[in-house]
Design a protein around this ligand. Structure first.
Ligand SMILES: *Cc1c(COP(=O)(O)O)cnc(C)c1O
Length: 365
């Protein structure tokens, strides 16, 4: 039996007709950029994320860049973020000319809020917590620290659409939330796409201008922005998929429950830590840990099971950030996670037999 890490064909097969209708709607209209599909998707995503505004953009990376630009973050500024994330979190900070200042993670793989204050300096301009793998960072302490220091917070919610913490949704707590619709995210398009969420009308307006060269009136640039636009084909596909997202999320959560139960006896493994009360983990990834990670990975591949290392290098060890002068040992929990973590297939369309095959392959190892 083969169990891939992700099977988008299985998802597509379940919604093919609806997607084709949506694509037809766009191709018949021949309206491809910033039209009714994008506008409707923006309202639907804002409602889903329980926030006031959502602005469609070209990717999760551009969502982060547009949010940083809207806050006027520039060269000489510092932005605090997690040392353990997909590259784009720190890449976006550096792309606007600012310096990423890292904080180590805790056992949930999210930023350890107890480490933030020590990294705040006179140049700090924002904090970007990441809701990694679909679990929200502890936003209550982070928002308290941010308020005490008058710093805006950008939630990197690229992996966490619909996740909740203390009853609040990802992207609705900070000044901005940034979503990605990269195909492997829980809500994925047929290409790149992203969204910026906010509850602040004037920040929403700035992002709206920035994503289209600062045009309020066509061909008059009020702000130096860029082309960060979402296209109508992506928006049309995403509107179909959004209707199924909660069902898919529940299936991911059920799959996670199955793994938790069936892997409990594998005492050489560390499973994802338990969900906090009043929260919702959406399991973009189900990440286990073991000191013998590379051997386990080889074994699973031999059993026909897809698995992946997220991420083989923490952000302070990325070659392009050598200029920041970090060394091994600076963020030990992130470094350990890079050496030990392994993501298992968790996608909604996994069958009970596939889940059992993965669990057996691990337990019998
Ligand atoms: C995917 C991802 C991004 C970037 O999103 P893209 O749409 O691929 O540009 C940013 N941050 C995190 C944590 C991500 O997982």
């Amino acid at each position: 039996m083969r169990v891939p890490l992700l099977d988008l064909k299985a998802q597509y097969a379940s919604i093919r007709q609806e997607i084709r209708c949506a694509l037809d709607r766009v191709t018949e209209s021949q309206r491809f950029i910033l039209g009714p599909e994008t506008e409707n998707l923006e309202h639907e995503i804002a409602a889903y994320c329980r926030c006031s505004y959502a602005i469609g953009v070209s990717s999760g990376t551009d969502a982060l860049i547009a949010a940083l630009m809207a806050l006027n973050i520039r060269p000489g500024d510092e932005v605090i973020t997690s040392a353990y994330s997909f590259f784009a979190t720190a890449g976006a900070i550096a792309r606007v000319g600012a310096k990423p200042v890292f904080v180590d993670i805790d056992r949930t793989y999210n930023i350890d809020s107890a480490g933030i204050e020590a990294r705040i300096s006179a140049r700090t301009r924002a904090i970007i917590p990441v809701h990694l793998f679909g679990r929200m960072a502890g936003m209550t302490p982070i928002m308290k620290i941010a308020q005490r220091h008058h710093l805006p917070v950008i939630e990197d919610a690229a992996q966490a659409i619909g996740a909740e913490s203390d009853g609040l949704r990802a992207g609705s707590i900070g000044h901005f939330g940034c979503l990605s619709f990269f195909p492997s995210k829980n809500l994925g398009g047929f290409g790149d796409g992203g969204m910026v969420t906010t509850n602040d009308a004037s920040l929403a307006e700035r992002v709206r201008l920035l994503r289209n060269h600062g045009f309020r009136t066509k061909y008059y640039s009020e702000l130096l922005g860029g082309n960060f636009r979402l296209d109508e084909i992506q928006a049309a596909v995403l509107r179909v998929k959004l209707k199924y997202l909660d069902g898919w999320t529940e299936a991911r959560r059920r799959n996670a429950g199955f793994y938790r139960e069936s892997l409990a006896k594998a005492d050489f493994l560390e499973l994802p830590s338990d969900e906090a009360a009043n929260s919702r983990h959406i399991y973009n990834q189900f990440v286990i840990r073991t000191a013998r990670r590379n051997e386990l990975r080889t074994h699973l591949n031999q059993e026909g099971i897809g698995c992946e290392i997220y991420y083989p290098a923490p952000l302070h060890r990325q070659p392009c950030f050598e200029v920041l002068g970090h060394k091994t040992g600076d963020f030990p929990i992130s470094e350990a996670a890079s050496g030990e973590s392994l993501a298992l297939p968790i996608y909604p369309e996994l069958t009970p037999a596939m889940l059992q095959h993965v669990a057996n392959a691990i337990v019998r190892w």
